[in-house]
Design a protein around this ligand. Structure first.
Ligand code: ZN
Length: 245
């Protein structure tokens, strides 16, 4: 384990390489219910800061595609229709974090989803001589999530509308190709309520878990995406400054 014997070089102002003197590592987790806009915010944060976006689903699919040891292990579970165990998922995430694009930090989305996963992430990061800088919670009440997601309509070509926030010019018809709009199964209220319950039972306990460790920052996800982004950016900027002191 090179991580434990050779601690990572800290990039402070005394670094001999002045070109990276101002860069400091930011290891972040994005937390929040489905429909909170995490993906949108993650995209915007990447434009502001040199941090790699690590979306768990993508990482897992990539590991399976690349046929890495962990990828093959994960695939065996998936092929049987079983859930991929925490240890395997954490391994995939830790592999991703070791990559050169995550040297300056990472933004995890979709992981951890449970306290057990959070604990195994802590261990994995410790093995790399790294730790979390902060957890960013985008908070949105359940009824608002249901309003947002159940209002979505799509056409067969994949154009997306929202009955309240982005309605088509003609009711039920796509503006671009005139095809009929429909609601995806995933966007039905019953399905959304089920996903929210899973979030409430399994993922929401992470809020206290990280709050107790002094890592949690809350953001009001009912504000406009621009406002949420402004607040997130201000917080991440502050964290970065603190890191450099
Ligand atoms: Zn269309």
């Amino acid at each position: 384990m090179p991580g434990s014997r050779f601690p990572r070089r800290r990039r402070d102002s005394a670094s001999p390489d002045s070109s990276i003197a101002l860069v400091s590592e930011l290891n972040l987790i994005l937390l929040g219910p489905p429909g909170a806009g995490k993906g949108t915010q993650a995209e915007r944060l990447q434009d502001d800061f040199p941090i790699a976006y690590v979306a768990t689903g993508d990482m897992l699919r990539q590991a399976v595609k690349d046929g890495t040891g962990l990828g093959r292990e994960a695939k065996a579970y998936m092929d049987r229709g079983d859930l991929v165990p925490d240890g395997v998922i954490t391994g995939v995430i830790i592999d991703a974090v070791k990559g050169s694009d995550c040297e300056d930090g990472f933004l995890l989305d979709g992981f951890p989803r449970t306290v057990a996963q959070a604990e195994s992430l802590d261990e994995g990061l410790q093995g790399l001589d790294r730790s979390l800088s902060a957890v960013l919670l985008i908070d949105v009440p359940e009824d608002e999530v249901v309003r947002r997601l159940s209002g979505r309509r799509v056409c067969p070509q994949g154009h997306v509308y929202h009955v309240e926030h982005n309605p088509p010019k003609v009711d039920g018809k796509c503006d671009i190709d005139g095809e009929r709009l429909s609601q995806r199964d995933d966007d039905r209220e019953e399905t959304i309520r089920k996903r929210l319950q899973v979030y409430r039972d399994q993922t929401a306990p992470l809020i206290d878990f990280y709050d107790d460790r002094g890592l949690l920052h809350r953001f009001d996800g009912t504000r406009t995406p621009q406002e949420v982004h402004d607040h997130l950016r201000a917080t991440v900027s502050t964290l970065r400054l603190e890191n450099q002191l």
